[in-house]
Structure formats: C-alpha cells, structure tokens
Design a protein around this ligand. Structure first.
Ligand code: ADP
Ligand code: MG
Length: 226
C-alpha cells in the first residue's frame, strides 16, 4: 500500500486538484484508492458527491465507525471528506500525549487499499505533521512562478526538518510543477530552475494551465470524466 501525502505549505498551488485527479486516475487503472481530506476548507466535498453519514472528524474525535465515514464513489474510489470542524479536531488532537501519530494509530491496519491519497492543508501545523507521520511519501505540487518556487524550497526544508526531529524517513517521491503556461517566460524559467536545483528524476512533466481543471469540480467530476 502506498500512502501519499499531497503537500505544500502554500495554498493555491494545485494540491487538491492533484489529489482529486490522481485518485481518479489510479482508480480508473483498477487500483483501490482511498482519498482523505485533511484540509478544514473541505474542498474534496466540493469536488465530489459525498454520500457518507459522517466524516473524518467523527472518525477521529467521536470514534464513529470507519465505514460510516467513507463515501463510496465508484468501484475503486472511496473518500473520507472533512469540513471546518477539522480545526476543532486539530485542537483536540494537540491535547493527546502522542499527538503527532494520532492519525497513524487511528488508521493502523484498518485500511485495505492500493493507494491512500492525503489532501493536506497548507502550513505545517499538527494535521499536516500527522499526515507526514502516517504517509510514506510526499508529492509536492508547485506552481511554476516565483512564489511557487520559494514555497517549494521551504516545503522541502520543512520535510527534512520533520524527518530529523521525529526520526522519520518520509520521501519526496515527486515534485509536480503545476499551472505551467509555455507562453509565459517566468513559467519556463522556474521550470528550468526546479529541474536544475532538484533531482531531475523527481521532477515530473508539468501540468499545464488548463481551464477545464477549474471547471470540472462544478460538475463534481474528475478531469477524466469531464
Ligand atoms: P490547493 O489545494 O493547493 O489550495 P487547488 O488545487 O485548490 O490548490 O487549486 C487552486 C485553484 O487553481 C483552483 O481554482 C483550481 O481549480 C485551479 N487550478 C489548479 N490547477 C490548475 C491548472 N493546472 N490549470 C488551471 N487552474 C488550475
Ligand atoms: Mg486544497
């Protein structure tokens, strides 16, 4: 089972778009996928027709049955959504003794999937630390502009620090350049810089700026269906 955190400490770089469409793409390729939303903004439920009785908050904080918190959205795609109450969850988790591995303990050995995809909020607060503790790898979506590059550098540093402080070994498996517009000089410059400064094999082909990616959530569809 691959447990992948989609993480960047900056907002608006394409984390949710990556999480939603990566999960959809894998499930279309006959992989069993669970997509978990950790961002109190609750964008995953904007992108899908959620049909579960409860959400991640109820599972983590109120001990709801896991199956009641899962929305089944297809043969291979399950989702655990969340909403603004995750901010309260973060506060409650912080009072636990082992607050950093709270998520890990809650999910331990309960899940049978090929992929767990975690859509993380920006920043490196406790929810994200829990995600990094639980996951085995990180994909960092990064917008191909100056602020995006700056945040990529900071995000990688934070992950290295996280590993050191917590004795973990989470890997950055990909840097995913997003919102790439080849007509825009700065996009090409930043893409070149990302490829130069980071291990080239880690940097994927860029995702181009594409208005269909903005439109798809309106129809509650992945980019593939849309
Ligand atoms: P994050 O989760 O990092 O905050 P989102 O995935 O929500 O970022 O993306 C921010 C906004 O940019 C959304 O409106 C989304 O539809 C849009 N977006 C993301 N990727 C692309 C892209 N490749 N082309 C055009 N718009 C995009
Ligand atoms: Mg998001």
């Amino acid at each position: 089972m691959r447990k992948i955190a989609i993480y960047n400490q900056k907002g608006g770089v394409g984390k949710t778009t990556t999480a939603v469409n990566l999960a959809a793409g894998l499930s279309r390729n006959n992989k069993r996928v669970l997509l978990i939303d950790l961002d109190p903004q609750g964008d995953i439920s904007v992108c899908h027709n959620i049909n579960s009785k409860y959400n991640l908050y109820h599972f983590l904080i109120e001990d709801a049955d896991l199956q009641d918190c899962i929305s089944k959205l297809g043969r291979n795609l399950d989702i655990i959504h969340c909403d603004h109450k995750m901010a309260d969850a973060e506060h409650k988790i912080s009072k636990e003794n082992n607050s950093i591995n709270f998520l890990d303990k809650k999910f331990s050995s309960k899940l049978e999937y090929d992929y767990i995809i975690l859509d993380c909020p920006p920043s490196l607060r406790l929810l994200n630390k829990n995600a990094l503790y639980y996951a085995s790898e990180v994909i960092i979506p990064t917008s191909t502009d100056v602020l995006g590059y700056n945040s990529l550098e900071k995000t990688v540093k934070r992950i290295v620090e996280f590993n050191k402080i917590n004795g973990r070994n989470i890997l950055v498996s990909s840097v995913l350049p997003t919102m790439f517009d080849k007509r825009n000089k700065i996009c090409s410059e930043i893409l070149f810089k990302i490829r130069k400064e980071f291990t080239p094999s880690l940097v994927t082909e860029p995702i181009r700026t594409n208005s269909k990616l903005k439109e798809a959530p309106k129809s509650k569809m992945s980019i593939f269906s849309y």
